[in-house]
Ligand binder design. Structure first.
Ligand code: ACO
Length: 377
């Protein structure tokens, strides 16, 4: 055997990167060296996206240009809307998002990923247009017309406006923006790796992002935020949480929103999200889901003691979105809307020294088998 086989490539570095870093033992996450807690307290999603993409906090003029560029590219072609109209309304919002993003590339056909200027505009378009696609899908599937973006509104405010036709409570926009910061980037996770594999073929960034969206959808990755809320609703009341957790664990099932390949302590994003839940509830009243979640965390803490399995980013995020009236199957698209900046940051980084991903395998099949004709099988 030429190499050790590591299932799931656990612990195998796939890139050298200066975009973000996780200390899974101490529960620390930094973007370009800055702790996410500090970014949530002081930055905005768009500024954080710039930091991830270009490696430094923007100057005032850089920030102005970036904000203007993103704001002016929020609109989507009517044909993208027409395309979404043709999709089955019961279909998953992540599938609609993936289809629309893949189709976007057909409208912006610059294929030369060595063109720095073109890459900048691709990044602008993708960061700007994903929220418009998500909001348009949320309405189109009920037969409602999409609401065009408003240039006078900030990134998060505008997203709520496109969903509901009214600007949100300022606190909601602030909390939502923090949620986007927390979901913007997370080292070499499954969807980022997927995007980088696609990018390594020098495919265009729309294809890169569409493939990352596909990987994010799964319940072991970003899709867990939906599963958590479904689980909390199924449990119903806090007093039923412990027996539910016992049932899951005794049946050797996974508790959704718990566990992480890297974190062996509570995910710092879950801690910040829990604080955001509390700020939201102080203003708008509590959520029964939160009471259930606290009990699930308590019970899991006792039953999984010493195993290093704690709440991850997906455990508390859905409770916030649910309280804001966002439908469950939009939770993972919201994750994608935020993570697109991280995916693109890795794409730009890899392009500087690209090498086609082409790993090896350990063949475990037979050799020299005879072909048996159909009539003799
Ligand atoms: N509930 C119960 N047990 C768990 C959980 C969990 N959520 N997560 C891990 N374990 C246990 C496993 O059963 C296994 O136990 P064993 O050694 O006795 O067999 C051990 O911990 C290791 O688990 P693996 O699944 O092998 O660890 P891995 O690093 O591959 O898993 C993963 C990470 C996929 C996230 C896992 O924790 C999981 O499935 N969690 C639930 C889904 C989830 O919340 N995903 C979102 C992750 S965050 C994100 O992607 C955005």
């Amino acid at each position: 055997m030429p190499h050790d086989f590591m299932p799931g490539l656990a612990g195998v570095p796939a890139a050298t990167s200066s975009i973000s870093d996780v200390d899974g033992q101490r529960g620390i996450l930094e973007y370009r060296g800055i702790r996410v807690e500090e970014l949530c307290a002081k930055s905005s999603y768009l500024e954080t996206a710039y930091l991830l993409l270009f490696g430094h906090l923007p100057t005032a003029s850089e920030y102005q240009r970036w904000t203007n560029d993103v704001t002016h590219h929020r609109r989507i072609k009517f044909r993208i809307i027409d395309l979404m109209k043709c999709l089955p309304e019961q279909g998953h919002a992540m599938d609609a998002l993936q289809a629309a993003v893949a189709a976007l590339g057909m409208f912006y056909p610059g294929r030369n990923v060595k063109d720095v200027e073109n890459n900048y505009w691709s990044a602008v378009r993708l960061v700007a247009k994903l929220p418009t696609i998500v909001a348009a899908w949320a309405r189109l599937r009920y037969g409602d017309a999409p609401i065009p973006p408003r240039d006078d509104l900030g990134f998060s405010e505008n997203f709520f406006y496109m969903l509901t036709e009214s600007a949100p409570h300022p606190l909601w926009a602030e909390i939502f923006d923090d949620c986007l910061i927390l979901h913007a980037e997370h080292t070499m996770n499954a969807s980022t790796f997927t995007g980088l594999v696609t990018a390594s073929t020098l495919a265009d960034p729309y294809t890169v992002v569409a493939s990352s969206i596909g990987a994010l959808k799964g319940p072991l990755h970003g899709g867990a935020n939906e599963e958590v809320v479904v689980m909390l609703k199924e449990i119903g009341t806090a007093d039923r949480a412990r027996s539910y957790v016992e049932g899951v664990l005794s049946n050797k099932r996974k508790l959704m929103g718990f566990g992480h390949r890297v974190y062996k302590v509570k995910d710092p994003r879950a801690t910040v999200l829990q604080g955001l839940c509390q700020s939201l509830f102080k203003e708008c009243g509590s959520s029964p889901l939160y009471e259930v979640a606290l009990e699930v965390e308590r019970a899991a803490g006792e039953l999984l003691k010493g195993k290093g399995i704690h709440p991850n980013v997906d455990f508390y995020s859905g409770i916030i979105y649910d309280k804001m009236g966002i439908e469950v199957d939009l939770f993972t698209p919201l994750f994608a809307m935020a993570r697109v900046s991280g995916w693109l940051a890795h794409w730009l980084e890899q392009l500087r020294e690209n090498k086609l991903f082409r790993p090896d395998q350990i063949y475990s099949g037979e050799h020299n088998r005879p072909y048996v004709p159909l009539t003799q099988r």
